[in-house]
Design a protein around this ligand. Structure first.
Ligand code: SF4
Length: 406
């Protein structure tokens, strides 16, 4: 059931204050400004303007204060857009809400940064404020690929930004890379990968480029890839698995690698992103800012993906929620199963039962048997997880666990 009517929305979205209000431990904050739109990007963003950012931060503070009673964040993630475009003054205003709310237990606070926007002063300021993880949008260290992707930063910017973060005291840095970019060869990808890994970050995320609808890349290249492009994408992914393992990274999700080792208990590696794990494990989170999604008490809702409307609704004293949807318990469990299978440890049956109330191996017995037989997954007495072959097709496998609404 998806609801867009204002009054019905109020009935569906859990109240932040009062008896029965939820306690949510994960907060996402969307910063919807970019210096220039990348032609492959489908995230909501608008061109950067100082005046717009001032107004936005004022409204974001309002939205944050509305959810304070229900929030006790253990992880905070500032994504975008380009969060590193905010000035020290803007970050200070947002951090002041954290202080007023008494949020002292934030174990992980990540800010995404574009290499074209980082200075040593800003990096030091963020570190002092309490930010302890930075995700650097490097995407490539190959100028040809960076140009193809329409990125505003250069290879030199990326290398300099990494040094800046280390000089500012950051000991938990993620590097974001993209592969299967049109025109990119296997050897060019190998070179970028080797160079990026040699930087010595604690975490690496690497995503295959997909052509998203309503983007210039979709117009130019269409929805699907040719068979040879698909094959090349698979070869690049296999290269990624080999190179990260050789450098001591542990794959803990389809596209995510972190330092440390899995200890067999199902615990993620030390430098895994706790915030993203909360999504894959079906935990509740608030998402603030235009287009941001939240998932609280079984209700999934999304804010207006229009900055002007977002600000106007907040200025009138209301939550800027555009749609809300309450899934049936089984549909919710199916989604949770699909997300969790993206992680290398898959699902322990006990944890899945605790999170969703359903028995994974009973409710999805046929799917599990098929995937085990096909070599895409393996099952022990306590756990079900994908094999390396299954990880290659995690989206397709996950789809089989979804249950239609009824
Ligand atoms: S900088 Fe990031 S959010 Fe902005 S357009 Fe490029 S990919 Fe999208």
């Amino acid at each position: 059931m998806t609801v867009t009517d204002c009054r019905a929305l109020e009935g569906l979205v859990p109240a932040e204050a009062g008896a029965g209000s939820p306690t949510v431990h994960h907060l996402y904050v969307h910063i919807p400004f970019c210096l220039r739109k990348c032609p492959y990007c489908a995230f909501y963003s608008v061109p950067f303007s100082g005046e717009l950012v001032d107004r936005y931060v004022e409204m974001l503070v309002k939205e944050m204060e509305m959810v304070v009673p229900a929030l006790a964040p253990k992880t905070v993630y500032f994504g975008g857009g380009t969060p590193s475009l905010l000035s020290e003054k803007h970050f200070e205003k947002l951090a002041a809400v954290f202080q007023r709310a008494g949020w002292t237990d934030i174990g992980e606070w990540t800010v995404e940064a574009n290499p074209a926007t980082l200075t040593l002063d800003k990096a030091r300021f963020l570190r002092q404020l309490g930010v302890n993880r930075v995700s650097l949008g490097v995407q490539s260290l190959d100028e040809t690929v960076l140009n193809r992707l329409g990125r505003v930063h250069t290879r030199a910017d990326a290398l300099r930004s990494f040094d800046i973060l280390r000089a500012a005291g950051f000991t938990n840095i993620n590097i974001d890379l993209m592969f299967a970019v049109p025109g990119q060869t296997l050897s060019a990808w190998e070179k970028v990968l080797e160079e990026a890994l040699a930087l010595g970050s604690e975490h690496l995320s690497a995503y295959e480029l997909n052509y998203e609808q309503d983007t210039p890349f979709f117009e130019e290249f269409g929805a699907g890839k040719s068979e040879s492009e698909e094959d090349l994408g698979c070869e690049m992914y296999e290269l990624l698995l080999g190179a990260t393992a050789a450098r001591g990274f542990v794959q803990y999700e389809v596209s995510n690698f972190a330092r440390d080792t899995l200890d067999g208990t199902g615990a993620p590696p030390a430098f895994a992103c706790r915030h993203n794990i909360s999504y894959w494990r079906g935990r509740w989170y608030y998402g603030l800012g235009p287009s941001a999604a939240s998932y609280v008490m079984g209700v999934r809702y999304a804010n207006f993906d229009d900055l002007g409307r977002y600000c106007r609704v907040l200025a009138n004293g209301h939550r800027p929620i555009a749609t809300a949807e309450r899934l049936s318990p089984l549909a919710r469990a199916g989604e949770t199963a699909a997300f969790g299978l993206r992680m290398s440890v898959g699902w322990s049956f006990e944890e899945f039962r605790r999170v969703t109330g359903f028995e994974l191996r009973d409710e999805w017995a046929d799917e599990i048997a098929d995937f085990v037989e096909g070599g895409y997954a393996e099952m022990t007495s306590s756990r079900f997880k994908l094999t390396p072959k299954g990880m290659l097709f995690a989206d397709l496998v996950g789809e089989q666990f979804l249950r239609p609404e009824y």
